[in-house]
Each structure stands twice: as structure tokens, then as C-alpha cells.
Design a binder for this molecule. Structure first.
Ligand SMILES: [Zn+2]
Length: 211
């Protein structure tokens, strides 16, 4: 009997392909960078394979990763950052990671402060859990690190602490690298990434005009 994919897996694979295509359309994943994943159930997630063009994904480029098992052969170097989020945050259903210019640059510029604090921007309301431009929203920043296990621990430790603002954004920055955004669904993770990236561009422009 053929081992047929389950409907939840088929949906998750389609979601990952759609996230990659959207990111590529925005020029957020140059030179095969970025990685995307969608939860299938409490024990598995669909994740992009390493080294493939995220704008031209097909089902063969998506790995079905058991969350409690070692990373599969061909996994992205950053796959552990996805897996640990799914393991510790039952509310996370999808993770959208890309290397947009504004995220890489602003994260590096603001690394000494440890966070970007967003306040006074209408588009903040596009972020999950934010209801007003008057609320302050923390986007944590971490120094980039090739030791993904160590980086993953630092991320989880920080996300377990209260935010340094009214709320914490559904995402975090890696300095000089890019942005991780997440959400309950692929559509929500995508919206959170798009909103954060636009907010970063607004902040960069504001600071350049105010300098
Ligand atoms: Zn990356």
C-alpha cells in the first residue's frame, strides 16, 4: 500500500511553498537564503530543505521533520530555530524567516540596545496581539551566531521573559542577518513578517529624516 501524505501534511507543504514564493516576490530571500516551515501536528512540521531557491519550491524541497528527533539530512542550518519554537510554543503554527535588507541592517544598527521598540506607527496593528499605535512593541535582537544550538537557547530564554515594552512582537531579529516571524497560521506568520519589515523601513526612513 502506498504511503499517502495526510491532508494536514499536504496543506502544510502548500503553505511552505506559498511562503517561499511570497518572500521571493519581495526580494527577501536572495541567493537561496531564508527558510520556512508550517506545523503539521504536535509532533511534525514541514520545513524547507537547505540550499534551494525559495521562490521555486516544489514538494520535493520540503522535509517532514519529526519535532522530537534529530534534524533530517538536508535540513537548513537554521532548522533548529524552527523546531525549538514549535516544541516550546504550542500557539506557533508557522515560521517565516528571510533576509530582507531593512531587517538585516536595522538589527545590526540596534544590536547594542538589544531590541527595536516600535511605538506610534499605525501598521503596528497588523501584528498579532497589537491593538493600538500607542502601545510599545518590543522586537528582540540577538547577535548572529553560527552555533545554532546556542543561539536557539538564547532565543527561547529571552522569549520566556516578560517584554521590555507593553508587548512583544511575534518575531525577533538576528543582527546583520534577518528576521524570524511566526504566527498561528502561515498567513499570520507571513502578515507579521510583512508588517515588521514595513515598520522597519518606516523607522529607518524616519530616523534618516530626523538626523
Ligand atoms: Zn537566515
Amino acid at each position: 500500500m502506498l504511503d499517502m501524505p495526510q491532508p494536514a501534511a499536504v496543506r502544510a507543504i502548500a503553505d511552505v511553498i506559498a511562503m517561499g514564493a511570497f518572500a521571493a516576490s519581495r526580494h527577501w530571500v536572495p541567493a537561496t537564503s531564508g527558510n520556512f516551515s508550517a506545523r503539521i501536528d504536535e509532533a511534525t512540521a514541514a520545513m524547507t530543505r537547505s540550499g534551494v531557491d525559495k521562490g521555486r519550491l516544489d514538494a520535493g524541497d520540503i522535509l517532514i521533520q519529526p519535532l522530537g528527533a534529530p534534524l533530517l539530512q538536508g535540513s537548513s542550518a537554521e532548522a533548529a530555530l524552527h523546531v525549538t519554537l514549535y516544541q516550546t510554543r504550542p500557539d506557533v503554527g508557522a515560521v517565516f524567516h528571510a533576509h530582507s535588507v531593512s531587517a538585516a541592517a536595522l538589527g545590526r544598527a540596534c544590536l547594542p540596545e538589544g531590541a527595536v521598540i516600535l511605538q506610534g506607527w499605525e501598521l503596528q496593528k497588523a501584528l498579532s496581539g497589537v491593538e493600538s499605535h500607542e502601545q510599545s512593541v518590543e522586537v528582540p535582537i540577538f547577535a548572529n551566531d553560527q552555533d545554532i544550538a546556542a543561539l536557539s537557547h538564547r532565543v527561547l530564554d529571552r522569549l520566556a521573559q516578560p517584554p521590555s515594552a507593553d508587548l512583544r512582537a511575534p518575531g525577533y531579529l538576528l543582527a546583520g542577518h534577518g528576521l524570524y516571524a511566526f504566527g498561528a497560521t502561515a498567513a499570520e506568520a507571513t502578515r507579521n513578517y510583512e508588517a515588521l519589515d514595513a515598520l522597519f523601513q518606516q523607522l529607518i526612513t524616519f530616523r534618516s529624516l530626523s538626523a
